[in-house]
Design a binder for this molecule. Structure first.
Ligand code: ASP
Length: 295
């Protein structure tokens, strides 16, 4: 059994997920409930309730979920649902579709007995108002995001993954990033493994990041090699890559894991044998170049 998730808020989320797999629960339940922990926490300002709004002051959430067999569900541009990952799971399990967006997703939630919520916290409103004064679009960069992506293998050897975010702070209204896009923010193939991505969504969507990582593992790469190759793909194809952050996490059917990012600062939580560890990811951009690029 292994659980991996992005960023430091992945650590408490992993603990929730671990309880589930350690008690013979499924990887699918584990990833859903694990990331719900981050969605519910208003201190996590880039996921779920408490997430930063777009440039018009509106919080819009995106999420997806995928199981061992390739079943998946996704929601995007959701303005009033606190747990978009659960809604994504309902799309997967209770509709003939994969992705619902906006008002249609919220109406579907209502039909499922999921209540609408107001998502903009006082703290998020205050930060947005401060940002409004300068409207510094430079701020739409690697500092203002952090999705929770989680992948897990349960005791039966089955994989699942989930990814949920409020997206980039101060994004254009209507913008959707990689996180709810199957193959970009998340990809699971039970015969190979699973991968998840975080960071500048546009960079990740251009190269179908998570799908690429899984395909590289299918062709023999270890999870670490595959994550590194995905970061290199961004660097070799996107001239402005040094301005952005993107990180990948992966796990294969042999229980090998890996994580790699473009820049310094990406962390991920690794849980195995009941031990939970926060790991500083290796990265592509040499540390000495960071100062120059982040100013
Ligand atoms: N990937 C997310 C997005 O672009 C943000 C993040 O992971 O930090 O919406």
């Amino acid at each position: 059994m292994i659980v991996l998730s992005t960023w430091n808020f992945g650590l408490p989320a992993n603990k929730v997920a671990w309880q589930i797999v350690a008690n013979n629960g499924t990887a699918l339940d584990a990833v859903e409930h694990g990331v719900r922990h981050a969605e519910a926490d208003p201190e996590v300002r880039s996921v779920g309730y408490g997430g930063m709004p777009d440039k018009d002051g509106i919080v819009t959430l995106d999420a997806c979920i995928m199981d061992h067999y390739g079943n998946c569900g996704s929601v995007a541009y959701v303005k009033d649902i606190k747990h978009p990952v659960t809604l994504a799971r309902r799309v997967m399990e209770r509709t003939d579709h994969i992705m619902l967006v906006g008002e249609g997703a919220s109406k579907f939630a209502e039909s499922q007995g999921i209540m609408r919520d107001y998502l903009l916290t006082d703290d998020a409103r205050t930060r947005w108002k401060k940002w409004k004064k300068t409207q510094d679009f430079q701020q739409v960069n690697w500092e203002n995001h952090d999705t929770i992506g989680m992948i897990a293998m349960d005791g039966a050897g089955l994989f699942a993954g989930a990814c949920t975010t409020s997206g980039l702070a101060w994004k254009m209204h209507g913008r959707v990033g990689d996180s709810p896009i199957i193959g970009s923010g998340l990809f699971v193939d039970g015969s190979v493994g699973a991968a998840v991505a975080t960071g500048h969504g546009e960079s990740i969507m251009k190269m179908c990041g998570s799908f690429l990582v899984v395909e590289l593992m299918r062709n023999g790469a270890t999870p670490m090699e595959a994550c590194k190759a995905a970061a290199r793909r961004i660097a070799s194809t996107q001239p402005d890559w040094k301005k952005n952050q993107a990180g990948f996490l992966a796990m294969d059917i042999h229980g090998n894991v890996g994580g790699f990012s473009l820049r310094n600062g990406f962390q991920y939580a690794h849980s195995e044998n009941g031990v939970h560890t926060l790991i500083d990811s290796e990265h592509l951009l040499p540390k000495e170049e960071h100062e120059v690029q982040s100013t």
